[in-house]
Design a protein around this ligand. Sequence first.
Ligand code: ATP
Ligand code: MG
Length: 248
Amino acid sequence: MSTDAEGRSSATDPERAVLRAEDLRVSYGEVAALRGLDFHVEEREIVAIIGPNGAGKSTLADAVSGHLPYEGSVSYRGREVADSRASDLVSRGLIHCTETRDLFGYMSVDDNLDLGAYRHRDDLDGRREFVYDLFPTLEERADQNARTMSGGEQQMLAIGRALMSDPDLLLLDEPTLGLAPVVLDDISDGIEEIRDAGVTVVLCEQNVTFAMDHADRIFLLENGRFERKGTPETLRGDEYIREAYLGG
Ligand SMILES: Nc1ncnc2c1ncn2[C@@H]1O[C@H](COP(=O)(O)OP(=O)(O)OP(=O)(O)O)[C@@H](O)[C@H]1O
Ligand SMILES: [Mg+2]
């Protein structure tokens, strides 16, 4: 199967873009963090943005979710992101699960989940059930304060809370950061099930192996620019990626 300049396979349809960025640029004062990115994400895809510390992954996630001013264009479901308030984007299903997780530490697991549904109060029980089925440990610890959970449990809670918003497009920023392999399996299964439930996923990840295992397409971000793009299969065969990111 051939791939185009964005690494998209010829079998997919560009008209179905959920998210589209054109010449996306973000600067923090003198620091140019994103230097002209073009990409799009199609319905039910898992697209991974990989890259080292400081590459611009979180900046990309913040910008496309309406939390940072940008230049160029980013559209979500055909509407410019900058033209909507962040809370309206949440109502429309664009949900960002941040690198810092942003849990309410002194509140229970259950209350954290409930707060995730602040823009969607219908079918709360059904969505909570979906989250508990995905991550049973959350149900076992429903009354426990978030701050007393392990790192892995907190990550599951952060993803669970994002799911309570009924996402159409879920941005996950470093969901595997600092997690032990056994917890990674739970997160792995969770991401696949989330996609199977009809959610489109953008995964910002430093863990290249994890990204390769889950993504349909991958963009390698270095110093604010895409250095490589393609399917995991293509990139596994790329000498630079193998040497720099896959341990030779
Ligand atoms: N608020 C800010 N003010 C100034 N510079 C910033 C700010 N936030 C990020 N940067 C800079 O922008 C660049 C991209 O940072 P960003 O956090 O997006 O990278 P990242 O790929 O998410 O890194 P990490 O893997 O460490 O999370 C870095 O050079 C960083 O120092
Ligand atoms: Mg980051």
